[in-house]
Design a protein around this ligand. Structure first.
Ligand SMILES: [Zn+2]
Length: 380
């Protein structure tokens, strides 16, 4: 039997994780680039096993341990993958010898056994979604790597190969799910998820990201406001470029005044969060300023939104977050917010002082866009 409700501060959350996702090997170098012959000290690729080891540890041993139920799951099947990804692309990844390393770009590294890990990550995300969709619980989190939100139907991108949230949504749709919504607060544009659902009226995709624009051939989307969907999906793809240096107040205001109304208008049956922590103020890949308190607020707001519009059905899937220590603490803060728990771990680093006038200007400007302007019909 499932839980009676998502249930205030007594809520529980299922954590879908398997230590075998640590095996995906991305190598070392000049941060994410190949090593420099000038530098004797090379460092880990930012998307490494240690970041997830720290996240798992802070959840397993920290203040939320009593509220978390750890689960594992089977790898995504070929059928799961084919619902979202092109067959030829799946074949291409599957054909890479298990002992080989292939660089899809200088930063997108597919190492030995990565195919199995990518299938496992997608399977864990799909199992988290099924857990919630089936009513076994209201809240689930998939602690996985590699991340998924840059992966497109036929293209690897960023550090992503299969779109974990997309595979999860498609498994639920095969079981009768109607409408879903994805809020992506990873600091990078969720271009892969956008590409998967750009013409789909039933899956609302919202990405809050720094305005990094396109990069290279694999990432042609810019993440601009005017990428609003196509065909029947017109108006169901919302990009919200957050100015560099946006912090806790900006993210909270934009969530309340722009994101939440759009999700409510879509009336999803389940809410997904592409939960990166790389908008934190110390992330090497981000230029934003969120603190633990900001992630705590985002977690609280996501839970309140799910409670208000889809009976509390909320699935979070791990995306980016690359500062080894602070990303783990920000994940803890996020899930504490979702679980309606106070922050019991103090922030060892926060010092943000945010310009609220800049936040007012940002929100006012967003509201001038036709997608977000208040409309008499109540649609976003
Ligand atoms: Zn990211």
């Amino acid at each position: 039997m499932g839980e009676q409700s998502s249930g205030g501060a007594n809520a529980r959350m299922a954590i879908f994780h398997d230590a075998r996702v640590l095996a995906h090997a991305t190598g070392d170098g000049f941060f994410e680039a190949p090593p420099s012959p000038l530098l004797p000290i090379i460092e880990r690729h930012p998307e490494n096993r240690e970041r997830i080891e720290n996240m798992a540890a802070v959840l397993r041993d920290g203040p939320l341990a009593d509220a978390l139920d750890w689960r594992t799951a089977e790898a995504a099947t070929r059928e799961d993958l084919e619902r979202l990804h092109d067959e030829a692309y799946i074949d291409e990844l599957a054909a890479i010898p298990r002992d080989a390393t292939r660089a899809f770009s200088s930063t997108t590294i597919f190492g030995p056994d990565s195919f199995d890990v990518c299938c496992l990550a997608a399977g864990l995300a799909a199992a988290a979604a099924e857990h919630v969709h089936r009513g076994d619980g209201r809240l689930a989190y998939a602690l996985v790597r590699p991340p998924g939100h840059h992966a497109q139907p036929a293209m690897a991108d960023g550090y992503c190969f299969f779109n974990n949230i997309g595979v999860a949504i498609e498994r639920l749709r095969a079981q009768g799910l109607g409408r879903a919504a994805v809020i992506d607060w990873d600091v990078h544009h969720g271009n892969g998820t956008q590409a998967c659902y750009y013409a789909d009226p039933d899956v609302l995709t919202i990405s809050l990201h720094m305005p990094h624009g396109a990069w290279g051939e694999t990432h042609p989307q810019t993440g601009d406001l005017d990428e609003t969907g196509a065909g029947a999906g017109q108006g169901r793809n919302l990009n919200i470029p957050m100015p560099y240096g946006s912090g806790d107040i900006a993210y909270a205001r934009v969530f309340d005044e722009i994101v939440a109304p759009a999700v409510r208008a879509h009336a999803p049956e389940i809410l997904f969060i592409a939960a990166g922590q790389d908008a934190n103020q110390f992330d090497p890949n981000g230029r934003q300023l969120l603190t633990m308190r900001g992630f705590h607020e985002l977690g609280r707001k996501a839970r309140a939104l799910a409670d208000a519009c889809c009976d509390g059905r909320l699935v979070l899937v791990q995306e980016g977050g690359y500062q080894l220590s602070y990303a783990a603490y920000c994940l803890y803060a996020t899930l504490a917010g979702v679980l309606d728990r106070e922050l019991e771990l103090s922030d060892p680093l926060a010092y943000l002082r945010e310009d609220t006038r800049a936040v007012d200007a940002l929100v006012a400007e967003l509201k001038t866009h036709p997608l977000f302007a208040p409309a008499p019909g109540g649609s976003p």
